[in-house]
Design a protein around this ligand. Structure first.
Ligand code: AMP
Length: 299
């Protein structure tokens, strides 16, 4: 893969701000512990030697890129993520490569994945909340803000799921992984994303637009509150059917407020044009009552 664009680390640290066109190499970093392993490579904590700034370095083998033919997807992911600047979107500061590998210089999300928190607690537990309601509203409000920003820039994420949501040292949510995102003003046709989070128009392989992310917000809101996605089934085809029927039910435990259920019902609407708009989510009583989207909270 030939990377024609110059690597850059153009916000922090200070030194990099002064030389935004710096060509990075592995020699600029001290590599620390592994943070995780993804489908296409590994991620390490690393320190930029000059500034001592801590980043996450994602290493992707070019062999894997060739094997899975993801050149276009990766380039798109890199370009989109580099262009976005939002407190709830993981920064991609720059990239460089050698003969075998591509290195992405990413913002370090100290507390890692929201997925881990969900799996550990079942749902986002009441105990972890600072004001008596579930923690979920805080993340839904953050996500809504970040997606509103993406949509303004004509970016549809299309693959929001807990595995793609990281938490920084202040428990601030960061959307990571723009591998399936697309920058488009028109309707799209590619079926992508993860089954349980797919909107009906994607399941049907129909044209889709920004509203697929609004559907996913409804799915996540349900999952944060109940600990499972709403249309989970034994087989993929049953999940498809349940999504198409919007076969939604609310378990009696854990107890969830009527306002939260109302928000979910207004997002999980089959007709994409009728789904609650992102701005309206932020004005929804459940959010108004609970959220402080700009703030952070402790666990
Ligand atoms: P990925 O290849 O993006 O799926 O990343 C693999 C794993 O590395 C993730 O599941 C995270 O646990 C961890 N990880 C990825 N990016 C970061 C980051 N920026 N900060 C901290 N941990 C990360």
């Amino acid at each position: 893969m030939v990377l024609t664009r110059k690597s850059q680390l153009n916000s922090k640290p200070e030194e990099q701000r002064k030389s935004p066109k710096k060509q990075w190499s592995l020699k600029d970093f001290e590599i620390g512990k592994p943070l995780g392993k993804g489908k296409f490579g590994r991620v390490y904590v690393a320190r930029e030697l000059q500034s001592k700034y801590i980043v996450a370095l994602k290493v992707i083998f070019k062999e894997q890129i060739n094997k899975y033919k993801i050149h276009y997807q990766l380039r798109r992911e890199m370009e989109i993520q580099t262009s976005l600047r939002h407190p709830n979107i993981l920064r991609l500061y720059g990239w460089f490569h050698d003969d075998e590998r591509i290195f992405l210089i990413l913002e370090y999300a100290h507390r890692c994945e929201l997925y881990g928190l969900l799996r550990k607690n079942g749902h986002l537990s009441k105990k972890a909340s600072r004001n008596g309601d579930y923690y979920s509203f805080f993340y839904i409000a953050s996500l809504t803000n970040a997606l509103a920003y993406c949509h303004e820039k004509h970016v549809i994420h299309r693959d929001i799921k807990p595995e793609n949501l990281l938490l920084d040292h202040e428990s601030r949510l960061k959307i990571a992984d723009f591998g399936w995102s697309v920058q488009s003003r028109s309707k799209r046709h590619t079926m992508c994303g993860t089954l349980d989070y797919l909107a009906p128009e994607m399941v049907e392989n129909k044209a889709h637009d920004y509203a697929v992310d609004n559907w996913t917000l409804g799915i996540l809101c349900y999952e944060f509150l109940y600990g499972a996605t709403p249309f989970e089934s034994e087989t993929q085809s049953d999940t498809f059917k349940r999504i198409m029927r919007v076969d939604l039910s609310f378990p009696s435990t854990p107890p969830v407020s009527e306002e939260a259920k109302n928000l979910i019902l207004r997002l999980l609407v089959r007709d994409s044009a009728q789904r609650l708009l992102l701005q309206k989510i932020l004005e929804h009583p459940w959010i108004i009552k609970n959220a402080d989207p700009a703030g952070t909270c402790d666990t």
